[in-house]
Design a protein around this ligand. Structure first.
Ligand code: ADP
Length: 228
């Protein structure tokens, strides 16, 4: 049986106070194991980004625990959370957020250099990942010279660069045409299976969500299983 990589227990997150308070998560529970891909499908404003930010240690819940590969984080310092995030979590955004002045290869190498790998090792792995995602021949191009689908593949390679135990993706195919979305999703799926990472992917695309191992939604602040 696979190890639990991401576990949220009784997580609460609200914004604002008093009558205008918005309760986004209320005692939300979620477990994602290594090698498992969970899709989250919910209407805009339901709290998908909030959930991903909390799972990615970018935001703290007001109550509850977030365990990253068995490590509880509720009482961890900001520095501890940052270090844990860098070494265990890869994040893919809807809009690639690649650094425009660097090539595809450099964008994938940079997180590895920050993690302490040598330039040679970082470049080697970056090229391997770009090859795996089908954008190897584009490695010397800057983001502006790549198509939307290619940019997202590079962003996925970057998220995977340090072999994260958890990959979080917020509408990673949201701005791509259907055929490209499918290819990018497949590339992401292969990578997750290859690396045995746990993945939580927010998507509006029901066809893609059905390819996940499980689908969940957000309802009344709770994370619930659904079938589409
Ligand atoms: P989704 O990703 O599903 O569209 P979000 O997680 O972005 O949803 O937002 C959930 C709810 O929380 C929305 O009503 C949004 O307006 C609110 N919200 C999100 N972030 C903040 C914030 N920083 N301050 C106040 N309200 C917020």
């Amino acid at each position: 049986m696979s190890e639990i990589h991401l576990q949220l227990t009784k997580v609460h997150r609200h914004y604002g106070d008093g009558p205008s308070q918005i309760n986004v998560l209320q005692a939300a529970d979620l477990t994602v194991k290594g090698g498992e891909l969970v899709a989250i499908v919910a209407p805009s404003g339901a709290g998908k980004s909030t959930l991903l930010h909390i799972g990615g240690l970018l935001e703290r819940p007001q109550q509850g625990e977030v365990e990253i590969v068995g490590t509880p984080t509720a009482h961890m310092s900001e520095r501890g959370r940052t270090l844990l995030r860098r070494t265990t979590i890869g994040y893919v955004y809807q809009f690639h957020h690649l650094l425009p002045e660097f090539t595809a290869l450099e964008n994938v190498a940079i997180p590895q250099l920050i993690a302490g790998f040598s330039q040679a090792a970082a470049n080697r792995r970056a090229q391997e990942l770009l090859d795996l995602l089908g954008v190897g021949p584009r490695s010397t191009h800057r983001p502006a010279e790549l198509s939307g689908g290619e940019q997202q593949r590079v962003a996925i390679a970057r998220a995977a660069a340090n072999n994260p135990r958890i990959i979080l993706a917020d509408e990673p195919t949201g701005n791509l045409d259907p055929a490209t979305s499918e290819k990018v999703f497949e590339a992401l799926q292969d990578l997750i299976r290859n690396q045995g990472a746990a993945a939580l992917i927010a998507t509006h695309n029901h066809d893609l969500a059905r390819r996940a191992d499980r689908i969940v939604t957000l309802r009344n602040g709770l994370i619930e299983p659904i079938t589409l």
